[in-house]
Each structure stands twice: as structure tokens, then as C-alpha cells.
Design a protein around this ligand. Sequence first.
Ligand SMILES: Cc1cc2nc3c(=O)[nH]c(=O)nc-3n(C[C@H](O)[C@H](O)[C@H](O)COP(=O)(O)OP(=O)(O)OC[C@H]3O[C@@H](n4cnc5c(N)ncnc54)[C@H](O)[C@@H]3O)c2cc1C
Length: 385
Amino acid sequence: MDLEYTPRQQAFRAEVRAWLEANVPREPLGSFDTAEGARQHRAWEKRLDAAGYAMVPWPVEYGGRGADLLEWLIFEEEYYRAGAPRRINQNGIFLLGPTIMEYGTPSQKARFLPKIASSEEVWAQGWSEPNAGSDMAAIATTALRDGDHYVIRGQKTWASRGAFADWLFGLFRTDPASERHHGLSFVLVPLNIPGVTVRPIAQLDGETGFAEVFFDDARVPVANRLGDEGAGWSVAMSTAGFERGLMLRSPARFQDTARRLVELYRANAADAEERVRDEVIRCVVAAEAYTLETYRTVSRMLAGGKIGAEASLNKIFWSELDIRMHELALELLGDRADLLPEAPAAEGVGDWLDAYLFSLSGPIYAGTNEIQRNIIAERILGLPR
Ligand SMILES: Cc1cc2nc3c(=O)[nH]c(=O)nc-3n(C[C@H](O)[C@H](O)[C@H](O)COP(=O)(O)OP(=O)(O)OC[C@H]3O[C@@H](n4cnc5c(N)ncnc54)[C@H](O)[C@@H]3O)c2cc1C
């Protein structure tokens, strides 16, 4: 294994760093779970895209720059290092995009990928339903064939950023007689058509980016199906693999939190117990270990491998590490831990509380950690169901 960067990779890093230093907004953008914040984030995405940085590993014709996944990891490291805005279209760029790349027809690629790259079309993810969460094979929303259209009826819920999204991708039951993971298809649905109602859900922090989506005989062309009819489950598993195993939470995110945690420790070291210092060090080491593990996954993918069940190990690792780091931060802040970002005395520390609350959802979204442990038990360790 060669852990050195090539001259080409170093030059790429320098170029990305210089661009981000010159272009990242000085003032943080509003939250993308608010209407104004969503607008600001879309504008930022447009600038990224214009500079060719929306999704560097995609082919140039689809809005990328034909970089490899190692360069994408470098880009991510620089992106977090620069404190650049969170990606409002993360469902599109990190999850749907790679899935279209794998399963899309040439016309689907040409139609959807450039608008994902520019975030002209922001995507929501539509798996969960009121009675289908962990048990995703219980999906009941139907998409029934009527000529060259599907007629969709039912409900999705917990669609992140759904309130401000333009499109939703998800699994729908195209064979009404089917059961479990058979008879499902992966369909791309515009959210602004008749028969679709998007209703925002207030989150713990009061913002309303989350949404439930109701389908009341909404008509979508059959051409919006990704992959074969009835084969949606395997398409969705590919999307979930990208989500848990690589793209949604790149290691740079956790390295960045670890770096800020060290700064916080230094600023509060005088009052901190030795135990806290040791735990901070363990988090730094864990973030580095996750980074190296991701480099290994990417090297394997570059050699033609695929992300498999080990994505579940990743997902548990990053979600639990994220909580640990934020708990430590609150411990270091002591009495100030409860301050919201807008509190007069917060002086920048309030973001830790906000991020701590979000970290608590890590073991739930992208498939709960209990479900990931089931997958590890059955598919990696070969234990009985
Ligand atoms: C911040 C956030 C963002 C989300 N974004 C989206 C999104 O964009 N799109 C989307 O479709 N969904 C999204 N979700 C929903 C998420 O995928 C579901 O919440 C998750 O899959 C769990 O489903 P559930 O809430 O119905 O809980 P349930 O499935 O009812 O689970 C309840 C509890 O039982 C446990 N459990 C269930 N089955 C088993 C089992 N077989 N073995 C052991 N334990 C089990 C679970 O681990 C959990 O602790 C999001 C959730 C959160 C918190």
C-alpha cells in the first residue's frame, strides 16, 4: 500500500484549496432546512458547479471533471477544511447520481445528471412510509401502469429536505399482487405535479425541511423508472450502499469535527479532567482510522470492487463516533453547553448543541444501527437470522 499522494493529486488539492479560500462565503449561510437558507444553498451549489466542483468524479459531460474517487476524497477533505456550506442536494449528488450512473439509460443520464450537478433540481429520498421504516420491504405506496404512465397512490414520510426539493426518488409497488421486496420499482417523481402534496414536518430544532409526501393518483411517465420494472430493490440497495458505505458521510466530516474538538479542548483544558483529554485523543484516532478505512474501500472500488455488506460497519462506526465527539464537546463546554447559537453569550459555542442534537439521529437515518447489526450478523459473520 502506498499512502503518499501523487504529484497530480497534490496539484489537485492545491487548486481546490485556492478556489475554496477565494470563494467560500465569509458568513455562514442560513440553515438549508429553512426557505431562505435553502435559496442561499442553491446559489452556492450553482457557483460550485460553474467552477466544475459540484461532483468531481463524474464525467465532464454530466457536470463533473472525470476525477477518480481518491480525488473526490481529497476534494472532501479540502471542502470541510475550508468550512464550506453543507450540500443541500446531497441526496442527488451523493446517492441518486451514482445510482443513475450505474442503472440509468443514456437519456436518463443526460436528462438528470447535469441538473443534479447544478442543483437546479434538488432531490428528496422516498423510502420510508408510515408502516415501512426499518422494514422497508413493507412499502405499500403503489405505482400502477396506465399506458405509458405510472399512477402513484400512497404516502412517503421523513423525506429530508423534502419541503424545499423539486424531485423525489423512491421505491413504489408496481405489482400490486407482489409481496416484500418483489414487485417494487425505483421511480423518479417530480414534486410539483398534480396529485402530489408535500407537507413539512417540524424538527426538534423547529425548522421544517423534513416532509411527508402524499400521492393521490399522481401520473409519472414510465420513462422515469430507473432499472427494470419489479427490480427496484436491487437498485435501491446500490443507493443504500453508497449512502452507508462511502458518500453520504465522507471521513473529512469527522476529521473536521475531531479538529474542532481538539481546539475546544485546548481552550478549556484547564478545567478538563484527564479522562476527557484521553477520550478526545481516542476520537481523533477513530476519525483517522475511519479515513484510512475509506481510502481502502476506495482503492478496492478503483480496482473494480463494489461496496458490499461492510457498508453497515462503516455506518455504525461514523454515527457512533459523531455522537461521542459531540457529547465530549458538551462536557467541555460545561454550563455553556445548553446555549443556542443565537444566545447573546454563546460566542460561537452554540453550534455544538445544534450539531449534537443532529448527531443523535445518525443511528436512525440511513437504516438504524440495529438493522446494520442484523446485516453484519447475517451477511458478514454468517450467523443465523
Ligand atoms: C434525520 C433523519 C433523516 C431521515 N431522512 C429520510 C429520508 O430522507 N428519506 C426516507 O425515506 N427516510 C428518512 N428517514 C427515516 C429513517 O430511514 C427511518 O426513521 C428509519 O429507517 C427507521 O424507521 P422507523 O422510524 O419507522 O422506525 P422503526 O422501523 O419502527 O424502528 C423502531 C425501533 O425498532 C428497531 N427495530 C426495528 N426492526 C428491527 C429488527 N428487525 N431488529 C432489531 N431492531 C429493530 C429500530 O432499530 C428502532 O430502534 C430519516 C430519519 C431521520 C431520523
